[in-house]
Design a protein around this ligand. Sequence first.
Ligand code: G1P
Length: 290
Amino acid sequence: MRVRKAVLPAAGFGTRFLPATKAIPKEMMPLVDRPIIQYAVEEASASGIDQIIIVIATGRSAIEDHFDSNASLERWLEDRGDIEMLRTIRRISEFGTVAFVHQREQLGLGHAVLMAKDLVGDEPFAVLLSDDVMLNPNGAPVTRQLIDAHRAHRGSVIAVQRVEPEEVSRYGIVEPLHEEGRLVEIRDLVEKPAVGEAPSDLAVLGRYVLTPKIFDVLEQTPSGAGGEIQLTDAIRELTHEQPVFGYQFEGVRHDAGTRIGWLKANVAVGLDSEVADEFRAYIRGLDLRD
Ligand code: G1P
């Protein structure tokens, strides 16, 4: 079955970015000229997905407003003859269907995904954590790579990449059963293991293609690491019932959920944007000696 739908959890508090995130969700922080979440929506759209489901916290409307049309802004741009910006603005509300579901209590990533159960229904779907910004300018979007792997091998597929051994406690870590090329058959997973206790250095990064069976499992998943209902714990259960693969994707991932990662993501996006030449010249001219 074609993967048509994507779930984008965006209901966290964004505590690492306070006070910037006091009134706006972290997904609305910009990378150059677009909010972080728009990169994930564009990636999903470029991967063939036409139904986006964004899980937001109750009482926070900035993301909804962003994907809605804005008639007075459009009229103003039209009156000024700024047709290019008008097109850019209109394109944002034309990414296929964008639906919103509210997560009333922040009970964890697994719980956020569960909120989308009724809108997803009985079909495989993608999950994109938008603060993992995935750039692969010369190849297929990372979500597309996972969808292709899902098509070829069935089962669920999650994006994995090797991380430094001292970083394992920031991620879900997989225990591989068997590796062949980019594909890793997964025996087990653990959410945020202590350094020295991780089964490997292969970390789960924020892209998944999951079978709908995950919803049944999530309904039974107790809270885990950090007292939260973890998606990793549910996927771990899923491995007992269906095959789950890791896919060592092609592309660069920036963790825009941390200050340094957000800065690096801005540099990467800036160096591939309309202002790239001027930005490159500026960086070259910086005196970076201590
Ligand atoms: C989440 C997942 C974790 C994954 C990470 C990737 O953690 O729970 O398994 O490795 O995203 O960014 P979070 O960053 O929300 O703590």
